[in-house]
Design a binder for this molecule. Structure first.
Ligand SMILES: [Zn+2]
Length: 312
């Protein structure tokens, strides 16, 4: 009887020791496990914060510029402040381009460009861009009374001013855009003169210096272009072509087709330059879908600057 009691006590002691050991082991492993989990959690939180911060910055890029311009308008040194603001804004865009090229972000850029204006419809294009808070780029000609556009020169004048004050980029597309024997491509000198005529027109009237140009028809359109390109640097111009288009300059198609031409041709284009024309009613009707569709695909819509990788 006495022996059985002792055996039972020893068994109880062994059981207690084993339980303590087991608890100790469980606690030890739990601590290691918990430390790993919190380290992982911390790492994830840091990463999430970095991603959120980058997204905040890039989202700001697309919406804040216009607000800042409005705010600056109340200051005395308006032009100087705008220039500083514009410089830092474009610095951020160039940084974003670099991040995209290095694969450091899932964001993409689309530069919407409108050629050959101003037109009577341009103001309605500007309304749509305002509605969606988009800054774009306009490659314009010299349209004023002196060049035979007296009928709508008041409207054109308003359009030039609105493009500049809204923070869009105004580009030079030559003064006349004429093709043929007496056109812009008749000689290098003639081309440069025509381009400079438009630059002076815009600068003298609106105090805005254009620094980005687009060849009428694109840089591949004339055998004269390779001789013009080296001269562009001398007069502080870079040129830009495009890697997507609605097709509105080629023939009249439905708004749905124009939108699809852009939205179905984005593959492999992390930085996109979209060619459109602001004379087309169908392009105007397609514009909201183009804007919404590109944003859905992760594009931020921004105005071009002369330091963009798309400019040469
Ligand atoms: Zn053109």
């Amino acid at each position: 009887m006495e022996k059985t009691k002792r055996t039972a006590r020893i068994a109880a002691i062994i059981l207690n020791v084993c339980s303590l050991l087991l608890i100790g082991i469980i606690f030890h492993f739990y601590r290691i496990f918990d430390e790993n989990i919190s380290a992982n959690k911390k790492q994830t939180a840091i990463l999430n914060e970095q991603i959120a911060e980058q997204d905040r910055l890039t989202d700001d890029l697309s919406v804040s510029y216009h607000e800042k311009l409005d705010e600056l308008e109340s200051y005395k040194d308006f032009e100087e402040l705008v220039a500083i603001e514009k410089e830092s804004y474009f610095n951020e865009i160039i940084d974003l381009e670099q991040r995209i090229l290095e694969g450091g972000t899932a964001k993409k850029i689309a530069y919407l460009t409108f050629d050959d204006g101003p037109y009577r419809l341009s103001e309605r294009f500007l309304d749509v861009l305002d509605e969606y808070d988009v800054r774009a780029t306009f490659f314009y000609l010299m349209k004023c009374q002196e060049t035979g556009y007296e009928d709508y020169s008041d409207i054109y004048d308003r359009v030039y001013r609105r493009i500049i004050s809204s923070g869009h980029t105004l580009g030079n597309h030559t003064a006349s855009h004429k093709f043929g024997e007496s056109g812009v491509y008749q000689s290098v000198d003639y081309f440069i003169q025509d381009l400079l005529k438009n630059r002076s027109f815009i600068y003298d009237r609106y105090g805005y210096m254009t620094t980005v140009m687009r060849f009428p028809g694109g840089s591949g359109t004339s055998s004269m272009a390779p001789y013009i390109i080296p001269r562009l640097k001398e007069i502080d111009y870079v040129y830009v072509d495009w890697n997507a288009e609605t097709g509105d300059g080629k023939k009249v198609m439905s708004p749905e087709t124009y939108a699809a031409n852009v939205l179905n041709n984005t593959e492999g284009k992390d930085i996109m330059v979209v060619l459109m024309h602001d004379y087309s009613e169908n392009t105007l009707a397609a514009l909201p879908d183009i804007i919404k569709g590109l944003r859905k695909q992760g594009y931020i819509l921004l105005p071009l600057c002369d330091r963009s990788v798309m400019c040469h």
